[in-house]
Write a protein that binds this ligand. Structure first.
Ligand code: NAD
Length: 320
């Protein structure tokens, strides 16, 4: 039966699904420089990767028996996709599996900023006992998300998932996306089925002027340019909040620090950074930034869905 190397791992649910159909799934990590040899010697016909393992032209050329390359997750920058397809290999990813996980992280960051949680979690252990009353006063002016306007830049899969949750939190949601004509989203309400909710589409200028919170859900731009630079940040409402869980570089980091330092923006939350895995120190240490180390997609539920979706893609490739 077919042998699959899941070099960056696969969820137990995905592995089980494949094994139940008779596939052999090996999850032992093979070092990049030993990969071609392992694939050929062991006779692997499918290689599954996440972001750590790369599948470049050299590897693809060296492994004629490898007909399927699967990427668990969204981006495929670590695979020479066009080349692989050109020579008849199948390359697939699982872009939808983690949208809800990223959206929940965005909500977590928005609630965090609204109530100063990132700062309180840093200060309480250090200043805690002696400064309780002072800290209580410092964090007294929190805000609610309910009734606020969320501006979503990029209303694709994750933008829509975020919009769903924000609507549930009582927010008004507006969206800017010049490449999408989406007019409404389906919102599933427990016990009530799915409702069709219209999405208010606005220009970038309107979004910047009206939003209390802005969340970006765009890919890295083809020309590498920031979607929000100094001019856009200056056009945001004074005292507003920004979340970037899209890709490092879609917000200009230098301009963001300036906007926070001047007090124009209240807080920002970042899950992604220009210089991963070594982001700038001044971002890491900034008192007005809520931080996570690129964990948007990293939930157990998303891992399960990714594994199961990869299994389905493999069935489709080998059995149809
Ligand atoms: P998607 O392709 O479904 O949606 C992206 C949307 O952005 C599209 O509708 C597109 O038209 C729009 N867009 C592109 N450029 C734009 C611009 N300049 N202004 C406004 N809209 C623009 O992608 P998705 O699945 O929603 O993912 C969005 C991004 O989230 C991914 O590209 C990825 O970089 C990021 N992501 C991050 C994590 C994480 O761990 N933090 C996980 C998954 C994905």
């Amino acid at each position: 039966m077919k042998k699959i190397l899941a070099n960056d791992g696969i969820s137990a649910a995905g592995k089980k699904k494949l094994e139940e159909k008779g596939y052999t799934v090996v999850t032992e990590n093979v070092a990049q420089d030993a990969l071609a040899n392992a694939i050929n010697t062991e006779g692997y016909e499918a290689l599954l990767v996440r972001s750590a393992t790369t599948a470049r032209k050299e590897l693809i050329d060296a492994c004629p028996g490898l007909s399927f390359i699967g990427r668990g997750g969204v981006g495929m920058d670590n695979i020479d996709v066009a080349y692989a397809r050109e020579i008849g290999r199948t390359v697939a990813n699982t872009p939808a599996s983690s949208s809800d996980s990223v959206a929940e992280l965005v909500m977590a960051h928005m609630y965090t900023m609204a109530r100063h949680l990132h700062d309180a979690n840093r200060k309480m252990p250090v200043e805690g006992a002696g400064q309780f009353a002072a800290l209580k006063k410092k964090y007294a002016k929190g805000v609610e998300l309910g009734g606020k306007t969320l501006g979503v830049i990029g209303i694709g899969r994750i933008g829509q998932a975020t919009a769903r949750l924000a609507l549930g939190a009582g927010m008004r949601v507006i969206a800017f996306d010049p490449y999408s004509d989406l007019a409404s989203i389906k919102v599933k309400i427990h016990g009530m089925g799915k409702l069709n909710v219209p999405i208010e589409r606005v220009s970038m200028k309107e979004l910047l002027a009206q939003s209390d919170f802005i969340s970006l859900h765009v890919p890295k731009q083809a020309n590498g340019a920031a979607v929000l630079g100094a001019a856009e940040l200056a056009s945001m409402k004074k005292g507003s909040f920004l979340v970037n869980a899209a890709r490092g570089g879609v917000v200009d980091e230098t301009a963001l620090i300036a906007a926070l330092d001047s007090g124009h923006l209240a807080y920002a939350a970042l899950d992604v950074f220009e210089n991963e895995p070594t982001p700038r120190e001044d971002l890491m240490k900034h008192a007005k930034i809520s931080l996570t180390p690129h964990i948007g997609a990293a939930t157990l539920e998303a891992q399960d869905r990714i594994g199961e979706e990869l299994a389905d893609l493999i069935f489709e490739h080998f059995e149809s």
